[in-house]
Design a protein around this ligand. Structure first.
Ligand SMILES: *Cc1c(COP(=O)(O)O)cnc(C)c1O
Length: 361
């Protein structure tokens, strides 16, 4: 059996050239007689892998020198706790709740300090991004938190909120490296890599150095202090070596295609193919406000649960996998991350057109 077009929200599709390269290097990484999975994380070989990965990421994202890049474990979810534990100096943070992931971060932060929900789109099942031009930012807020791309609901911030001078913290798990961002606008930007960069098990945190506290509250475990990992260049303990190696390959792939500006161009082109069809279809409807649409996650419905289920099953049989929507939304969701080729989106739209014709009386 050949490869399918995989529309999974995560873990998700990776570039084929990267997978092939990893396969070729599996038994014997560059003449060292072992796999990257088997080598010491203190070896010269691995030191080169992690240093190159960081350098390539810095180049791709144009990360300023006063930011640390940390390769951590625990997924994006661990950051829901680590961020308040390290960044709450006044014990206060403001949250814009635009979906399940933002809500989880908001709830978790409430365990360590005062978490204020300053805006939310829950009233319409998170189908839009609230107006963030004049938010009631708390005077003593240590930071303002957003989830930049809402994986489940398919919305994204096309413009960052006005934080009125407060530090912006963003979860970019599902839009990581999908387009250029200005890192200097954030105090901390992070994401689990399994959506758009690599295998599950790595979480990348990019943090401005002055935000890394010398000391945290007594209860904060050593492993959950940014300082621990920043001082040790992500090598305090055994890092997720193989995952970092795979991320490094994806960084090189991104550089080879022309970097993030080119990636964004391709992502816009891909998303437009799908959105244009959704806007013209009589059967399928996009579920979010047009101006807040994500380039990465595209939820849609027919309005009929049975028809949705039939669509997902027939699509799977046609080699279009993982199109079932999140359990909280229902319907369908096509995640069209960086590594999804344009041909995959074209195949999906062709299939949707055929399905619409066949199922319209
Ligand atoms: C998937 C996802 C998470 C959770 O990631 P884990 O690595 O599983 O903890 C958090 N935030 C966003 C935006 C996500 O898409």
């Amino acid at each position: 059996m050949g490869r399918v077009y995989n529309f999974s929200a995560g873990p998700a599709v990776l570039p084929e050239s990267v997978l092939k390269e990893a396969a070729e290097e599996m038994m014997d990484y560059r003449g060292c007689g072992m796999s990257v999975m088997e080598m010491s994380h203190r070896s010269k070989m691995f030191d080169t892998i992690i240093k190159e990965a960081e350098a390539d990421l810095r180049e791709l994202m144009n990360i300023p020198d006063n930011y640390k890049v940390l390769f951590l474990q625990g997924g994006a979810s661990l950051q829901f706790a680590m961020i308040p534990m390290n960044l709450m100096k006044n014990g206060v943070a403001d949250f814009i709740v635009t979906g399940n992931w933002a809500k989880k971060a908001y709830q978790e932060a409430g365990k360590y300090g005062k978490a204020n929900k300053i805006a939310s789109s829950e009233d319409e099942t998170f189908a839009y991004i609230p107006d963030c031009s004049d938010l009631p930012i708390s005077e003593d807020a240590d930071y303002v938190y957003i989830c930049q791309n809402n994986t489940i609901y398919g919305t994204t911030y096309h413009k960052l909120p006005d934080t009125k001078g407060k530090t912006l913290v963003a979860d970019v798990s599902s839009c990581f490296l999908s387009a250029p961002i200005d890192v200097s606008k954030y105090g901390l930007v992070y994401g689990g890599v399994q959506k758009n960069i690599g295998p599950a098990g790595v979480c990348i945190v990019i943090i401005r150095e002055d935000l890394i506290p010398e000391e945290t509250a007594k209860y904060v475990p050593t492993m959950m202090q940014y300082k621990t990992h920043a001082d040790a260049d992500s090598m305090y303990n055994t890092p997720p070596c193989y995952g970092i190696y795979m991320c490094g390959k994806v960084f090189k792939w991104l550089k080879s295609i022309g970097g993030l500006a080119e990636m964004e161009k391709r992502n816009i082109e891909k998303a437009n193919i799908l959105y244009d069809y959704l806007d013209s279809s009589k059967m399928f409807k996009g579920t979010v406000r047009k101006e807040d649409r994500s380039l990465m996650n595209v939820p849609f419905v027919t309005g009929d649960k049975d028809l949705d289920a039939k669509f997902v099953a027939e699509a799977k049989a046609a080699g279009l996998e993982n199109l079932k929507g999140h359990r909280t939304v229902g319907g369908m969701r096509a995640s069209i991350y960086n590594a999804m080729p344009k041909e995959g989106v074209e195949a999906l739209v062709a299939f949707m057109k055929k399905f619409e014709t066949e199922n319209t009386k």
